[in-house]
Write a protein that binds this ligand. Structure first.
Ligand code: ZN
Length: 320
């Protein structure tokens, strides 16, 4: 079976395809707050994930953590303001959480849980909040300089509580404008996961055409930004069927599974929120993949994948 899912031999020797799992929107929110996003520790979504990992020792998970979460609702709640032209583009259409409420250093038990858990940590914005009609699209209008400031501040907040984050990034709202892409390069990020497509039919040369950047490989890591970033697609979630997973792996691709830490954000239900039903679905899927695809599967993380691809890209004579 070929592993040239994107014209490049990106899989390690002996592997026929790869699997990774990532969870977005992780922050210290508890069920006693607006919604739980990891802050309930073992009793909440992170405990659910930890038990899934225990049941599947080969499985690993990347948590995209927002170091100062300020988004209260993913959709505008100030409906009168949202109808006022011009003003609506420059106002917070959902009241932000007060500064510091969810800042990592204010939640030492949460940070401790992440630090000692079986998780890989990566950066999911600074606040997950923007003015205007799309509250999660934090970087839509920051420009290059504003994006760099936010990336630096995010890293400062991780460092301030001694929580190690990999050099990877997932943009809130899936939006990767050119200014953010350049900012990631300048701030020495090595990889980004910005394109999600759970609809385009699976084929070796399939391209992303849903959320985030379009035209990137749907099945494989690929370098972008002039070779200075590795992009990792998302192509599977709770609503995807087993046939999609089999098709991706049958093409020698990366099965990149997404979940969200928050299931119910003020009545806005995430289809891929990691509740008990999604946990059970993944449990069954992983059993099946192990039985069907065996030892050839590379169960990896986004950072490990990006590191491997980066090393290949810098190796002369790799056929690229
Ligand atoms: Zn998010």
């Amino acid at each position: 079976m070929s592993s040239r899912a994107d014209g490049r031999q990106w899989l390690p020797a002996g592997r026929t395809a790869a699997v990774c799992l990532s969870v977005d929107d992780v922050h210290p929110g508890r069920s006693s707050d607006h919604y739980e996003a990891g802050g309930d520790l073992d009793a909440g979504v992170l405990g659910r994930l930890a038990r899934l990992l225990e049941g599947h020792p080969q499985l690993r998970a990347t948590l995209f953590v927002t170091p100062e979460w300020r988004e209260r609702s993913p959709v505008p709640t100030r409906s009168r303001l949202a109808r006022v032209p011009v003003v609506r583009d420059h106002a917070h259409l959902t009241p932000p959480l007060p500064r510091g409420t969810m800042r990592l250093d204010r939640h030492p038990a949460f940070v401790d849980y992440l630090r000692h858990g079986p998780f890989e940590i990566a950066v999911h914005g600074l606040s997950h909040l923007a003015r205007g009609p799309r509250p999660p699209h934090e970087f839509a209008r920051t420009g290059h300089a504003g994006a760099r400031r936010r990336l630096r501040r995010a890293r400062e907040l991780f460092a301030a509580c001694d929580l190690e984050a990999s050099a990877g990034f997932c943009p809130p709202g899936w939006e990767l404008p050119a200014g953010l892409e350049r900012a990631l390069v300048r701030e020495d990020f090595r990889w980004v996961s910005a394109a999600r497509d759970i609809h385009t039919p699976i084929a070796r040369d399939a391209r992303t055409a849903m959320s985030g950047p379009r035209g990137l490989s749907l099945l494989a890591p690929q370098t972008i930004a002039g070779g200075r970033l590795v992009h990792l697609p998302v192509n599977f979630q709770a609503t995807s069927d087993d046939a999609r997973a089999d098709a991706i792996l049958g093409c020698g691709g990366l099965l990149s599974i997404k979940a969200h830490a928050v299931k119910d954000a003020c009545g806005h239900i995430a289809l891929d929120g990691l509740d008990d039903a999604y946990r059970d679905r993944l449990d069954t899927l992983f059993e099946r993949l192990r039985a069907r695809h065996g030892e050839g599967l590379w169960w990896t993380t986004m950072d490990e994948l990006a590191t491997h691809v980066g090393q290949q890209a810098s190796t002369p004579g790799d056929g690229s």
